[in-house]
Design a protein around this ligand. Sequence first.
Ligand code: FAD
Length: 439
Amino acid sequence: MTRRYVIVGNGPAGVAAAEAIRRHDTAGEIRIVGGEDTGFYSRPGLAYLLTGAIPEESLFSRPASDHDLAGIHRTVGTVREIDPQRHRIVLFDGQAMSYDRLLLAVGARAVRPAVPGIDLDGVVTLDNLDDARRILRLARRAKRACVVGGGITAIELAEGLAANGVETHYLMRGDRYWGSVLDPYESALVEGRLAEEGIRIHRGVELAGVIGRKGRVAAVETRDGSTLACDILAVAIGTQPRLELAHLAGLQTGRGIWADATFQTTDRDIFAAGDAAEVLDPETGKRGIDSLWSAALDHGRAAGEQMCGVGRPYRRPAPFNVTRIGGVTTTLIGAVGTGARDVDLVTLGRGDSNAWREHADAFAVVSDGEANHLRLVLGPDRLVGAVVMGDQALSRPLQHLIRERVDIRWARDRLSRGPIEVRKALQALIERTVPLGAA
Ligand SMILES: Cc1cc2nc3c(=O)[nH]c(=O)nc-3n(C[C@H](O)[C@H](O)[C@H](O)COP(=O)(O)OP(=O)(O)OC[C@H]3O[C@@H](n4cnc5c(N)ncnc54)[C@H](O)[C@@H]3O)c2cc1C
């Protein structure tokens, strides 16, 4: 009998799942339902679209015809209902689809702070291409913008607005940028770059409300009672997995939709993957959430295989992200958290992982570079995390060392000898343990 697969969400998790299913089930009927009427595009690329570094066409890495050729049916629409008993979903336009296996790959949405005026016109978040287009439209007429929040998206919004000639003020509740993930030197490096780009940073400032005029943002008010006039308020205080459909289907949820290591939810025919899923790692017994492009692809691929009844239980790899923060190319791998609390991000941000906050039995060593900065987090017998800023030559071999849990005991003393020795010791470790293809 032909199996019917329905996938809700056409982001990387949904698309990777559809492709994996087709590889393992050439006869199955595959449908993807997605709320956006665009083709498959890169969400991390939206930051580059905002600064004008790339045109919109560059976001689209593969033509829709690829899926037509693979016999994957696409429907643009929003699912409003799941009936697990009848194995059926219903869209807002009334269309119904039956499934044997259903995947929820619905992603996450930006959270807004609960302050008066937050729904005024001109308050923006950055979840998708429509949001980026709206921000660019608003920036054309705006003189001044305020950005609140933290993590990667706050910086992307600030840089995007500044690049469009808008006087940009970044209001931080805390005293330094992304303190839970970056160390003080790294935060200062990013803040220095932002200042060079003309972005004005205000520390220790908390948003109390948004003041409107004729339904539009006119100013922000801060907790100390002062106001700052602006035409745009951009918000990036974190994200929340979309749980509505899971709740309608009676699935168990925590921060995300609960899934086991086979991506199965508490209903055996419904699976969850990507930003929306809180996946159990059998090794640690803990559930994790990532908001990472690479993790969404991995999840989607693995969930698709499980939906076909093949594949092995998922082992969560050390999360990694290669991104630009304040113009500095930065790779974050594994457990890099500083243990500090970040008051600017109230939940997980985009391009972020809760694994980065985990503290292993480890300590950090930092190289003495200026713009090219390196921080290694050393566990008793392996590297558990790394931050590479600037020159990226070490990024790939470090990914290998951390993800493959390479034993470093023989090099550990040298690695921990201090800033001057660390790069040389790491180079020796790489030459001895990293295969050429991974270096
Ligand atoms: C601005 C920005 C910058 C980012 N930067 C980075 C970065 O530097 N590095 C990195 O690794 N990651 C980054 N990310 C995160 C990365 O893009 C996400 O982790 C990834 O897209 C998650 O994939 P997903 O398939 O789970 O969900 P999504 O890509 O969010 O896709 C979910 C899809 O489901 C659809 N959907 C939701 N509900 C329904 C419904 N009821 N019916 C039908 N369709 C529905 C949505 O419309 C959406 O198209 C960034 C994201 C953004 C927005």
